[in-house]
Design a protein around this ligand. Structure first.
Ligand code: GDP
Ligand code: IMO
Ligand code: MG
Length: 426
């Protein structure tokens, strides 16, 4: 059984937790897109792991972990993660495989990310400054790219770095009056990265296909969320990869038809970090309540997340373009104790009502949400273990999400821990 888990909102839906739970039944867990902009939280007992590049299955000692070609790899970050989880008793030796075709995020990408955001001023995207956009831009542009495989040939790497950094220095000096970066400095760092990462570098496409031939089950872990997808999200307020399930095949070389189930993760409300339109945003005491109760602060940057009501129009769109079979609805506990709840069920744009999500940021900024208001529940549900035990209004809320998205909710989250997840059907 091969399963793909993706976010259906603007990221931070709780993919890490769902992947960790499903990893119990998978032999291989694959990260296939994004980079260290992701922050995936896994809670094991009383221990919390915040993973940026390692697949969330890493915390399970028996899982094979793959970082596939579609990822942009910050070597410093991944080495830090490997070492830090090793200090916590979890070794990745012999079970982590990093694609030779993944592109490297180096210091000049992070510098460029920062320069570009500064230069955009009030029009900035609100990126994580992890060098994601500049690295993917170099990948698409081809001429100035560096891949993981280049760490295996240091002479060629030095030549490439010389050419790339010379180009970036001219660019940064002309556009941003920046001080030049030293090739030697970055090359010395890369030598160290090469030594530490060499044991993990491999052809992950071959590994995945031979594993499929052997009948192993694979779990594909998406990063970010469908509405941040470069092509299908709220451009330009998106990330630079195909963060929807559509990015899975290109990101790891496995065709979508080999995936048995696509699971979309959503929160029982909506959050967004960074700039861009957000129709159901509650920039008021409701949003503040959700933020505090749900601990809605970025895993990667610590920024407060913008919070709002559940947007069924947006999720419906993500389900449609992503071929989503089932929904995992998390943070139902966070909206307990609210007298009434609202769910956005249609959009009004220039006086016309529509139920199809307009991904164009300009159009989306004009949206007025049409809400359905439903009664909340008072009970603390963080200890509830079965669906039947949920308060009636909580079950009605889940049913409303199912009805408005046309998709069954197979998992319900009532807290951050593994056990605080109600499994309705697999
Ligand atoms: P990801 O990027 O999609 O993996 O999500 P993040 O880890 O960035 O953010 C999700 C946050 O919600 C994390 O702090 C999780 O521990 C937490 N979480 C996940 N599921 C639930 C849930 O059902 N209830 C509550 N209260 N917290 C949850
Ligand atoms: P996970 O995997 C939430 C957002 C940034 C910004 C935009 C572009 O934890 O769900 P980037 O650094 O990618 O160029 O920033 O995308 N963003 C995320 N928001 N969760 C994430 O990842 C995100 N990764 C990027 O805040 O608005
Ligand atoms: Mg996150």
């Amino acid at each position: 059984m091969n399963t793909c888990v993706v976010g259906l909102q603007w990221g931070d839906e709780g993919k890490g937790k769902i992947v960790d739970i499903l990893a119990e039944e998978a032999q291989i867990v694959v990260r296939y897109a994004g980079g260290a902009n992701a922050g995936h939280t896994v809670v094991v007992g009383d221990e919390k792991f915040a993973l940026h590049l390692l697949p969330s299955g890493s915390v399970r000692q028996d899982a094979i972990c793959v970082i596939a070609n579609g990822v942009v790899l910050d070597p410093e970050c991944v080495i830090g993660e490997i070492e830090s989880i090793a200090e916590r008793g979890i070794s990745l030796a012999g079970r982590l495989f990093i694609s030779q075709n993944a592109h490297l995020v180096l210091d000049y990408h992070k510098a460029e990310d920062q320069h570009r955001e500064n230069a955009l001023g009030k029009n900035k995207i609100g990126t994580t400054i992890r060098g994601i956009g500049p690295c993917y831009a170099d990948k698409i542009g081809r001429s100035y790219a560096v891949r993981v495989a280049d760490l295996c040939d240091l002479d060629t790497l030095k030549e490439k770095l010389g050419k790339n950094i010379d180009y970036k220095n001219k660019l940064f000096s002309a556009l941003y009056q920046a001080e030049p970066m030293s090739v030697d400095n970055i090359y010395e760092k890369c030598k160290l990265f090469a030594k530490k990462l060499a044991p993990y570098i491999s052809d992950t496409t071959e590994l995945l296909h031979s594993s499929i031939d052997e009948g192993k089950s694979i779990l594909f872990e998406g990063a970010q969320g469908t509405l941040l997808d470069l092509d299908h999200g709220t451009f330009p307020f998106v990330t630079s990869s195909n963060a929807s399930s559509l990015g899975m095949s290109a990101g790891c070389g496995v065709p979508a038809r080999l995936v048995d189930k696509f699971i979309g993760v959503v929160k029982a409300y909506t959050t967004r970090v960074g700039q861009g339109p957000f129709p159901s945003e509650q920039d008021n005491e409701i949003g503040d309540y959700i933020r505090e109760k749900g601990h809605e602060y970025g895993t990667t940057t610590g920024r407060p997340r913008r919070c709002g009501w559940f947007d069924a129009v947006a999720v419906n769109y993500s389900v449609t373009i992503g071929g989503i079979d089932q929904i995992a609805l998390l943070h139902l506990d966070t909206i307990s104790s609210m007298e009434e709840l609202k769910v956005c069920k249609a959009y009004e744009i220039d006086g016309k009502v529509t139920s199809f999500f307009p991904s164009d940021a300009g159009t989306l900024a004009k949206v007025k949400c049409v809400y359905e208001t439903v009664p909340g529940w008072d009970e603390d549900i963080t200890g509830v273990e079965t669906y039947a035990e949920l308060p009636e209004n909580a079950r009605k809320y889940v049913n409303l999400v199912e009805k408005l998205t046309g998709t069954p909710v197979s998992m319900v989250g009532v807290g951050p821990k593994r056990k605080q997840t109600i499994i309705r059907s697999r």
